[in-house]
Design a protein around this ligand. Sequence first.
Ligand code: PHE
Length: 339
Amino acid sequence: MKEKLEQIKAQALNDIKNAASGDALEQIKVRFLGKKGELTSILKMMGGLSPQERPKMGQLANEVRSALESALENAKSAVKEKELAARLKLEKIDVTIDGTRRPVGKLHPLSSTLEKLEEIFTGLGFTVVEGPEIETDHYNFEALNVPKDHPARDMQDTFYLGENLLLRTQTSAAQIRTMENLKPPIKIICPGRVYRSDDVDATHSPVFHQVEGLVVDKGITMCDLKGTLEIMVHKIYGENTKVKFRPSFFPFTEPSVEVDVSCPECGGKGCRVCKGAGWIEILGAGMVHPRVLAGCGIDPEVYSGFAFGIGLDRLTTTSHKISDIRLLFENDNRFLQQF
Ligand code: PHE
């Protein structure tokens, strides 16, 4: 048995010396030290030895085992170093070669303008909500105090999808959905696509975007509306931009206003962009009609609120000096790369 052990030791050490790779070393380990390995099977025969011989052989076997283990360990790190050196030789990096330029996408001007608006309004404590683009007559018109014979309901203005369903013509539908679900204080904006059966030209598109705003609480006044919108305008167009509130009419607000800003192109002198007026209309707004509040279960004697609907496309074209709304939807790369 002693001879056998010596033989195994010599054979294994020799194999280890000649092994060229980590894999080969692993195989040697299994062959000699594994569960069914040669050394292990010798050890299994120890039972047949005399009591005097057993401890001696046991000691010898352990010595052989640890000799093999340390030889394997040393060989492994040597092989690893060799492999690394070979790889380093093979994989040279020339840091002077030009890199591959990967074009990075940019935000569409509509998206970046919307992000800016969301930042402004969330900074003022508003929450951003969303509503469906396919709306019912109730949310888009009826609950907004738009009577059945209102001209907006004409097929020429609205895309109907059936008797009761339509593509929303205004994000104002979100006002009702919000007030039905939340109790005051309410402070939300709702951006989204809206649809109207308009012919396409430089300032009209059958699909465009609005950002609805709604604030309902005790003691909300027209001053709150003016202050809020002025902050928004100054952040979008710059501090020197003038804001004008013109009396207007919407069925769901009373009083109602339309808001103009001094033309960012000419500063108010009159030019091609503002069609000589010096002003550009960017949104409709007003104090929420008591009938609309009551219809949503909010007592108009206790609460009041204001609402606004920003024309996002107009805001984007005028603040980026884009001459034609169609450019926003054509997605010509030469156009988009300018932003
Ligand atoms: N929804 C109106 C429009 O599309 C704008 C608006 C919103 C007016 C909220 C008043 C209050 O013209």
